[in-house]
Design a protein around this ligand. Structure first.
Ligand code: AMP
Ligand code: ZN
Length: 664
């Protein structure tokens, strides 16, 4: 907003008027000193141009003084002192633009000064401004309170007087100072010492500020922003490495660059399979289990055998209590607490409905009904309806697999370390999660469903398709009907906690996250346990923190889910036969439907089952069970694993492709 104080209209005042219009500035004109003063008071003009070519009209300097007294942030230009008369319109226009970009903007900034200091006062980040000779000129209240000083206590002190933390590297201050001296900004991790002597780690940014004109050293100061923002842990890690790089020799700094590159990727826990010429079995298993496969554009729908959830078969709707389990079935479950328990006997005795019976027995052993405050009849109906929703036509992913995983889960829950770590609600969540974890599995992998553009893949956006479905369907089936709603009598918050834990565990069975779960478990639990001095308190704090309990539960269900290579040899062989058959059936269907073949090695005409098992054990099982054994102490499982591995190796060395040396 420009005010022209011109006694008379002439080419010069017209030149400025025109220039204002061209520059899109508002423009007013005053003819007398009185009206000019009135204008000053009335409106905030950014620029006042006073005509002083003819001193007889008014005293321009006096006007400036009065005006400047009331409008200290307005720029006054006296013509011809500051602007030599030139009525050329472009000259006026150029002058206006220069003023606007220079003095006027600076004045506008100054006008905001009060507000800026108010903002600094309110900021939650600690901010400190010092002069170049390091005298503190300003600290904001956040700084004072974080560092434990009284308001005003630090003002005027030299930084040198403020105690320094010994935690900083000895040459850090010199590094910072030399950076600032060069006019460069410094950012990194700095330990500041609070008034009470404690050190706090801060992410600090120090900016040299050169005063107006650039060379007036007197004006230079430093603004330190001690960032207190809440950062993601990975950002902290990256900052620490950045800071370490500053004072590291070249080779270390370069190595750290590589580290940073890796840290910035999102898939931190997924191994990157190198070249394609690695073992094809590993390639196929990894490709088949750990990716969503090639996405196909043509929608080749995979039709599920059932859209409606199954209902309980009539021969199982008769009331059944633990007490009236047929003796033959009860007998096959006598040693259900042993690792060597034979699930296939139970499968046969129950006519492929082992989950209900084993569920009743195990849930009662763990007092699940008491915990849930639910009648045994509800639990029974629930087990029956869940079991009915497993596909008995799948060779592997049927209710016997669920019963097997439930069995392994119950076995792990009795291990001392696991008991120390988990609460009753975790145990109940684990047993329920194991029971439902593959419900309504179609006998096809996630990759297949994505490639086929199946309804489920579309519903779950090609992400954890099956696992999302198992978890969601389990809750739908359970809560749809009071007769089987085992959660019905739970208190709301407890239900929410339990539900959360069940969902988390079912989702943890997804193989794309396999290495993430295993690595997190090792890093957060096994390593700290091994590094600690073993005293009861520290062990307990590692085992029972909420984050670590989640990791234990994930690891537990993952190990239960793929424990078949650790079962006694005959059981292990049977499971290998079943999973291979399911994969073969998928390959058959992929070929039939012209879909991409996700795991070409699993072709029933050419597959070497021993080779596929060796790869599966090498890639997924060995490390995971080493870690789980280190935690839960499972020598019998490790012995079986070793035997089974040798068994498959033996067959492979004899170039056999079958499950057994003499296939019947
Ligand atoms: P889930 O579908 O929850 O049972 O997840 C376990 C995954 O591991 C499944 O995709 C299985 O196909 C796979 N798996 C389990 N046991 C074996 C095995 N012995 N050989 C190859 N793959 C297996
Ligand atoms: Zn499973």
């Amino acid at each position: 907003h420009v005010l022209l104080v011109f006694a008379k209209e002439d080419s010069q005042s017209n030149g400025f008027c025109w220039a204002c219009e061209k520059a899109n500035f508002r423009c007013s004109v005053a003819r007398t000193p009185e009206s000019a003063l009135e204008c000053f008071m009335d409106k905030q003009h950014d620029l006042v141009i006073i005509d002083h070519r003819h001193s007889r009209h008014f005293d321009a300097e006096a006007l400036c003084r009065v005006g400047a007294g009331s409008m200290c942030d307005t720029v006054f230009i006296v013509c011809p002192q500051r602007f030599v008369e030139n009525s050329n319109m472009m000259a006026c226009y150029n002058e206006l633009l220069q003023l606007e970009h220079g003095e006027v903007r600076a004045q506008v900034k100054l006008r905001a000064g009060n507000a800026i200091f108010m903002a600094l006062d309110q900021s939650q980040e600690a901010i400190e401004i010092t002069s170049e000779d390091q005298v503190i000129q300003y600290v904001n209240p956040a700084y004072e309170s974080i560092m434990g000083y009284q308001p005003g206590e630090l003002l005027g002190k030299e930084i040198i007087e403020v105690p320094k933390s010994e935690k900083n590297k000895p040459d850090l201050l010199e590094t910072i100072n030399s950076c600032i001296r060069k006019g460069k900004e410094w950012q990194g991790i700095y330990y500041a010492k609070k008034k009470n002597g404690d050190s706090v780690q801060q992410n600090v940014k120090i900016t040299p500020v050169i005063g107006q004109g650039g060379s007036q050293r007197r004006h230079s100061s430093m603004a330190r922003i001690h960032s207190m923002t809440i950062e993601a842990p990975i950002t902290k890690v990256i900052n620490i490495i950045n800071a370490a790089q500053e004072s590291s020799p070249m080779p270390v700094a370069e190595a750290l660059d590589r580290v940073l590159e890796i840290l910035r990727t999102t898939e931190l826990y997924s191994p990157q399979l190198g070249t394609k010429d690695e073992d094809p079995h590993t390639n196929d298993l990894v490709g088949g289990l750990m990716t969503d496969g090639l996405r196909r554009l043509s929608g080749n729908e995979y039709i599920f055998s059932t859209k409606q959830p199954h209902h309980i078969p009539s021969h199982l709707t008769t009331p059944l209590s633990l007490n009236d389990i047929p003796p033959r079935i009860a007998q096959t479950m006598e040693n259900e607490d042993s690792w060597d328990f034979d699930i296939f006997n139970l499968e046969a005795a129950t006519m492929k409905r082992p989950l209900t019976f084993l569920g009743l027995k195990i849930f009662s052993r763990f007092g699940v009904c008491e915990f849930l405050n639910c009648p045994e009849a509800t639990l029974r109906s629930w087990l029956q309806v869940i079991e009915a929703n497993y596909h008995s036509t799948n060779s592997y992913h049927n209710s016997s697999h669920a019963a097997d995983v439930l069995h392994a889960t119950a076995y792990f829950l009795c291990k001392e370390r696991v008991k120390q770590s988990l609460d009753p609600i975790d145990e109940v969540a684990a047993l329920i999660a194991a029971t439902v974890h593959d419900v309504d599995h179609p006998g096809r992998t996630n990759s297949f469903l994505c490639n086929a553009g199946s309804e489920l893949a579309i519903l779950y956006n090609d992400t954890a398709v099956l696992e999302s479905h198992h978890a969601a369907l389990a809750f739908q089936i359970t809560t749809r009907d009071d007769k089987c709603n085992i959660f019905k009598n739970m208190e709301r918050n407890e239900y929410r906690t339990l539900r959360q834990a069940i969902i988390d565990m079912v989702l943890a069975t997804e193989m794309t996250k396999h290495f993430e779960h295993v690595n997190k478990f090792v890093n957060s639990i096994n390593k700290p346990l091994a590094a600690g001095n073993g005293d009861e308190e520290s062990v307990k704090s590692i085992l029972t923190s909420p984050e670590n309990r989640i990791l234990v539960k994930r690891m537990l269900i993952k190990c239960a889910d793929i424990s078949n290579p650790c079962r006694p040899q005959e059981l292990c062989i049977e499971w290998a036969g079943r999973i291979s058959e399911e994969y073969f059936a998928q390959t058959d269907e992929e070929k039939r439907q012209g879909l991409p073949v996700v795991m070409p090695v699993f072709d029933r005409n050419t597959c070497s089952i021993p080779k596929s098992q060796i790869s599966f054990i090498d890639y997924f099982i060995t490390d995971m069970f080493d870690a789980w054994d280190a935690f839960a102490d499972l020598p019998n499982l490790m012995q079986h694993l070793d035997n089974n591995f040798k068994y498959w190796k033996g067959l492979d060395e004899r170039k056999l492709h079958s499950l057994r040396p003499h296939p019947e």
